[in-house]
Design a protein around this ligand. Structure first.
Ligand SMILES: [Zn+2]
Length: 427
């Protein structure tokens, strides 16, 4: 009982609070001229649920983006896609990737059914399509409803921030420098007024990219290379990198390419330090299918975190499933932060376990509790509602067991839901 009462009060405090969305990918919905309309099948295809449907045996092709071309031309093929989708949807009703979507559909579209099924999907789909005709207005409305103070967007293409979205002081962007790390000379050339011939040219272009990003208003750097390789970046002497670069990255062997990337990652960290830009690093679970989880173990970053005390490393997704390893990095190193973006709807149980344990081992100032991590704001809304419930639950448990008082709990909530990021990212 004591816990339920405390939870209600903490949740209500959370609902009154402005929050920081520590990580999201919402680009198109914030453009003045939105791309195209959306419907229920499109929504499902653009959710993490896709990965679970594939894991359940659905052929990837069913939800390819070309299947949704009709949304650009005023047609309607949703019934055909629904028919193909339905058998697999029945197999994933247990996963949180499916269940948390219902939160958005209920709150934002008045969906009343228990599950999405034959009798109710079409009406719901029509409502979504109708709303999607004014996508920007709708997205800003939801942003307001979420009480988002700042949203950190990862929507940059080739090392420049995305200039197509509307200007709004709530929307901040990080920039990816992964193109430079992997050796994309074409991208580098766009930052240099002469040809990129030597490694020094390439490094000069990287400096130019950082300067451009800062000028464009980037507030941090993001790396998503854990999708492609192990995130252990060893120290490589410059002459080695020079030799690999000079003999052509296209012809380089895998160990050579890795060495070059390792070298470049250190250069990127050096420039993050120079420009005082926090570095968001993907660790843990990769979205989709067929990846290698051990590549993304956050402890593989230990040497970088140690070597660059001037870089604040924002360690993503709580490192799931390496939750405690990620927490320990934030416990050991003043420049490491553990970020639970995406985690609430990866697994609510893991989220609660992680947050509860982190609160016992990590300074509260080193925890970022939530980020939506979606391309569609409706799903980020659902993620926030879920995260608030989980945060309230964890904090209420601590209050009920006399770990700390309710006042301290609410103070912690304010820190992890936005105050910390406001400080670290300098909003
Ligand atoms: Zn993401």
């Amino acid at each position: 009982m004591a816990k339920e009462d405390a939870k209600r009060r903490i949740r209500s405090a959370l609902d009154d609070m402005e929050v920081v969305d520590h990580h999201d990918h919402i680009g198109e919905p914030f453009m003045a001229s939105a791309g195209h309309e959306a419907d229920l099948p499109y929504f499902l295809a653009n959710a993490y649920l896709y990965g679970d449907l594939v894991a359940a045996g659905m052929a990837g092709g069913i939800l390819n983006s070309e299947r949704f071309d009709y949304l650009k031309t005023g047609g309607d093929e949703s019934a055909e896609i629904w028919k193909e989708l339905k058998p697999y949807l029945g197999k994933v009703r247990n996963t949180i990737y499916y269940r948390f979507l219902l939160l958005a559909l209920k709150d934002l579209y008045g969906f009343e059914g228990g599950e999405i099924e034959d009798g109710n999907w079409a009406a719901l789909s029509r409502r979504i399509r109708e709303r999607s005709k004014s996508q920007l207005k709708w997205s800003l409305e939801i942003l307001e409803k979420m009480k988002v103070r700042r949203m950190i967007l990862d929507i940059s293409g080739a090392s420049r921030i995305n200039a197509k979205i509307i200007e709004d002081e709530r929307l901040k962007q990080v920039v990816r420098m992964d193109d430079f790390i992997t050796g994309n000379v074409k991208t580098a050339a766009t930052f240099l007024e002469r040809n990129v011939r030597t490694l020094d040219d390439y490094l000069e272009a990287l400096e130019g990219a950082f300067e451009t990003a800062v000028k464009q208003g980037a507030i941090g750097v993001k790396s998503g290379l854990a999708y492609e390789r192990e995130i252990l970046y060893e120290r490589v002497p410059k002459p080695d990198a020079e030799r690999i670069f000079a003999s052509g990255l296209d012809r380089a062997s895998y160990p050579e390419r890795k060495a070059f990337q390792d070298f470049m990652m250190h250069e990127v960290c050096g420039l993050c330090a120079k420009h005082k830009l926090p570095f968001q690093v993907h660790t843990g679970l990769q979205a989709g299918n067929y990846n290698t989880i051990s590549n993304a173990n956050p402890t593989l970053l230990t040497n970088l975190i140690r070597e660059f005390p001037g870089v604040r490393f924002d360690i993503f997704h709580g490192g799931y499933p390496y939750l405690m390893e990620a927490g320990i990095l934030a416990k050991y190193f003043p420049n490491a932060y553990v970020d639970a973006c995406w985690l609430a709807h990866i697994s609510p149980t893991a989220y609660k376990r992680a947050l509860s344990e982190w609160l016992e081992i990590v300074p509260a100032s080193k925890i970022f509790a939530w980020g939506g991590d979606h391309g569609i704001i409706d799903w980020s809304y659902a993620s926030l509602m879920l995260a608030k419930d989980l945060v309230a639950d964890v904090l209420a448990e601590k209050v009920a067991t006399n770990y700390f008082g309710e006042e301290a709990a609410i103070e912690v909530a304010e820190m992890i839901m936005g105050k910390n990021a406001t400080e670290v990212y300098g909003f």
